[in-house]
Design a protein around this ligand. Structure first.
Ligand SMILES: [Zn+2]
Length: 444
């Protein structure tokens, strides 16, 4: 089961540069004045790193990011990404990109897709495939359909025919690696290395019990391996951080993701010890039936963003506060049904939805201790059956409860074996990243 986060924007400046630039990717990375760090692309030169096949393999895949770049010299086609601004329509955005293609515009007007599906959301990313003549070959963007499910809207030219579809995207997962040296700030360095914002937030959480990213000093290093979801070779969303290493003040901190099952996982150090303590208990005694992130819905054939985790538990099962908290709200909402929000600290809140009923007497401002009952599992609001939908919010932003706040189980002997096998490979990748000479200046 895949676990993907938000739409990711891709550094299109690179694409534009690449077209006129036959240099190697390593040379390219070095030649970009504003590229702060050595990235996955930089280690595409397999002859430099002959001994570690798996990473070279993955990187090779990741490098097919823009396969159109290799096309014929006569008419170079390439993908561009453009952020949707307030008030943008597809036509307006194409105009801004210098696309002048009457046939494409006519098709857009007559397209079989609903108006709502073609409405662009501010902040979304529209990818267009064009050539240097301003001719359009395709465009795509993620949108929500009438059920609130994520779909990929694709409008493309197949031969001489234009086609439109809005479907769950057929995607591939690859590992992306990033390596940065901090010059001034970690956030600046990561942003410069085009590390998606979800990955940056995740990294902060993974190491929250050991260090704070904004305390990192010049000269400190961050190495990362994370999943990227590709659609037709271009990044669409990010998945889990699989491994991370921070070298700070002479100490090396490592984290490895281990999936407990298809729906959830947590981070461990190289010895298999949980990195975070998490809450002292689960809100219900049940298994997680649906994990956090961008998930593919097999029946609806669509991709949806799940902002929490679901526990499969029968109606009436007591829900307890997993940690001491103040009740910040007890309310009824359309989608969530009967919902309670707890505040555990300035930063961290948790949310419990679809309750059949609240614990009597529970109200805004009540103090609860870990283990106190706050309500009971139900199916109120938009829900297909009794379950607990739980969210963890850090500064109001939903994060994966399993990796950020829920209790992290120790590894069983068989899990330990599986962990070792996976982490050894990831550690080799981190080691490889460590060996890369990072000589590119970072500006931030
Ligand atoms: Zn849910």
């Amino acid at each position: 089961m895949m676990n993907y986060r938000k739409l990711l924007t891709f550094p299109q400046k690179w694409v534009a540069r690449l077209i006129n630039n036959p240099m190697t990717w390593l040379g390219l990375a070095a030649s970009l004045p504003f590229t702060g760090a050595l990235t996955a692309m930089a280690i595409s030169q397999q002859e430099r790193l002959p001994e570690v096949a798996p990473l070279s393999q993955q990187v090779t895949e990741a490098l097919v990011l823009q396969p159109q770049l290799k096309s014929q010299a006569s008419s170079v086609r390439y993908w561009r990404d453009e952020a949707v601004q307030r008030g943008d329509t597809i036509a307006r955005l194409l105009n801004r990109l210098g696309v002048d293609d009457g046939e494409a515009t006519r098709f857009l007007h007559a397209s079989p897709l609903s108006r709502d599906l073609l409405k662009l959301k501010t902040g979304a990313t529209l990818s267009v495939e064009v050539n240097d003549q301003g001719e359009l070959f395709g465009l795509r963007f993620l949108n929500d359909d009438e059920n609130g499910e994520k779909v990929l809207v694709v409008i493309e030219k197949r031969g001489e025919q234009w086609q439109a579809s809005a479907d769950a995207p057929q995607t591939d997962t690859v590992q992306t690696v990033r390596s940065v040296v901090i010059r001034t700030s970690a956030s600046g360095a990561l942003a410069q290395a085009q590390v998606p914002v979800e990955v940056r937030a995740g990294l902060n959480e993974i190491f929250a019990d050991q260090l704070t990213l904004n305390k990192l000093r010049p000269g400190d290093k961050i190495h990362l391996v994370y999943e990227t979801l590709l659609y037709k070779g271009a990044p669409l969303a990010t998945g889990n951080i699989l491994a991370a290493e921070i070298q700070h003040g002479g100490k090396t901190h490592q984290a490895f993701y281990f999936a407990h099952d298809a729906e959830s996982g947590a981070y461990y150090d190289a010895a298999g010890k949980p990195l975070k303590k998490g809450f002292s208990m689960q809100p219900v005694n049940a298994r997680i039936s649906s994990g956090f992130g961008m998930r593919f819905h097999p029946i609806l054939r669509s991709l949806r963003m799940h902002e929490g985790v679901d526990y499969a538990a029968p109606e009436g099962t007591p829900i307890v506060a997993p940690s001491d908290a103040t009740v910040s709200s007890v309310s009824q909402q359309n989608g969530y049904g009967n919902v309670v929000v707890l505040r555990h600290s300035n930063k961290l809140s948790t949310l419990y939805a679809h309750m059949s009923r609240f614990q009597p007497g529970l109200q805004e401002g009540s103090r609860v201790k870990a283990g106190d009952v706050i309500g009971f599992v139900g199916s109120t609001g938009r829900s297909t059956g009794p379950h607990l939908h739980m969210e963890v919010l850090i500064d109001g932003q939903p994060v994966d409860p399993a990796t950020t706040a829920l209790p992290v189980p120790g590894l069983s002997p068989s899990q330990r074996l599986a962990f070792r096998e996976a982490s050894v490979k990831l550690a080799a990748n981190l080691k490889l990243l460590r060996a890369i000479p990072v000589s590119v200046a970072q500006l931030d």
